[in-house]
Design a protein around this ligand. Sequence first.
Ligand code: SD4
Length: 331
Amino acid sequence: MTNRRKFIKTSAAAGLGLGFGILQKAFAQSAPASNANASVFTDGLVLSTWDAGLPANAAAWKAMQAGGNALDMAEKGVNDTENTLSNLTVGLGGYPDREGHTTLDACIMDSQGNAGSVMFLEHIKNPASVARRVMEKTPHVILVGEGAYQFALAEGFKHDDYVSEESQKAWNEWLKTSQYKPIINVENHDTIGLIAMDMSGDLAGACTTSGMAFKLHGRVGDSPVIGAGLYVDNEIGAATSSGLGEAVIRTCGSFLVVEMMRQGATPQEACEEAVRRIQLKHANYRDFQVGYLAVNKAGEIGAYAIHPGFTYSLLKQGENKVYNSTSLLDK
Ligand code: SD4
């Protein structure tokens, strides 16, 4: 694959202006961003949460080299993490809920604005791929629990009884106290949100997790919620999150990040605003972690978290590297 660098000018009209009426009109007409006219990055890139994103980025790139588009990149990238059964927060190896069940959440979005999601799914190795089938083969966006499982089987996915010894051991330890307190940057570590941009400059994303360790049976976090754990708007950019899902859902985090970019914010400014919004709405924001990643059509990156320690992986222009995000509580 040649490492070409080509920038395409987008055609764009004027900015959104201010006021609710105008904003409504903008939504109705899907008006272009005020910062449009920006270049579209067509070298391809992959951006994902945490250090575990590194091999996922590489898998996404491989999918592109095999002829895949942004959607294939997103799916294959996170499949790599789901297939890593030693990962304790993604896939079948993930920590169980309070009843001892590992339940999986995942979603996917393509460059056309299509979306698919599965929630509270058990015994299926690649929930992100099931989410893609929901998107492509049903008139729906979300399937949950037993319905999602039956759909997966009907689509040819195999029932998998894998149980992680390490996860079960951790659960048995947890049962001794049954105390629930998120441990910042530890418990949350590794849930993967991944944004891919292919060489047409098209965007797609996927997010997949076993959710918070020892959650209540039936709990679903932000990761499979379109607009919370992931949002892709091919006209503007994409965003994803990791951390305490409840705080992300309450503030429609990833959608907020993308809409901020639509109104002219850089990816970095947009991530910072979404974290500030959580701060504003949660008196206890110091007690948990949330991190956002964003990318715009020019291939610019944003990353911001509440606490230091949020890392992300970026594959761009031949380099696949882990970076430290800045954070609200950086000193
Ligand atoms: C959740 N956001 O279920 C997920 C957890 C997570 O890194 O991101 N962990 O709330």
